[in-house]
Each structure stands twice: as C-alpha cells, then as structure tokens.
Write a protein that binds this ligand. Sequence first.
Ligand SMILES: [Zn+2]
Length: 143
Amino acid sequence: MPHSMQLTCLSCSHLNRLSTAALNRAPSCILCGDMLMPDGVREVDLSTLERAVRRDTLPIVVDFWAPWCRPCATMQTQFASAAQAVHGRVRMVRLNTEASPATEWRFRIQGLPTMIAFHGGREAARHVGAEPSERIAAWVGAL
Ligand SMILES: [Zn+2]
C-alpha cells in the first residue's frame, strides 16, 4: 500500500487525503467530520459512488439493490456481516438503484442484487446474486 491515500467521504463527497497509517485510527472527513471508514454498510447515491470509484485509493465494494427485490434483503444482511469481517481493507457500501435510476444503465446492471468491486478507477470484479457472508468476504479478500 502507498504511504498516503485518498478517500471520498461517503456523506459529503469531499476528497480526503490521509496517511495509510491513519486508516486504523478511525479517520474522519476534514469537511463534515463523518467517519471515513464507517463500521457498517453506508447507503450512497450515484454521484458519490462515481466520485469514489474515480478517485479512491482503497477498493470500494457496492451492493446494488432495490426495495422490491426479495433476494436483495437477504443479501443486505449477509453483505453487512461480510463488511465486519473485511473492515479496514475495503469500504463496503450499498446503492438503491430505484433511488438512482441512472445506475443500472451506468454500470450495465442486469440483475439484482449485483455486487461490484471497484479499484483504481475501474471495475475489478462483479457478482450477480445473493451469497452467504463467508463467500462475500472470501470474494472481497481475493480482490
Ligand atoms: Zn464529509
């Protein structure tokens, strides 16, 4: 890992620069004060996600979901528990595709739930369908 990194705040989209060592010290956003490495899974909108994908040093893993999608509810629980297991190495977020309708076109999403890992400004891996938390954590660990 590099000595310094940049992370987009998941609340206000501000681009924060911090040392890699600071990652383990619960860093917060210099603009809004929110945690940059939150414990749980944050809901993000499309514009925040696009900024994070383009600029972040750490991988970001997204659970794309919709309120009408039954398997998405299962996935949500499993994804949250996987996020605890990989905390500190990646950021795991979710995006409601119904609230951000351009998302499906933007990321060519063809089924829900879809999990996409982004790293270095591009898509690194994709998985369609719900999975148990251990499989999700292993999938993220292999990034
Ligand atoms: Zn912020």
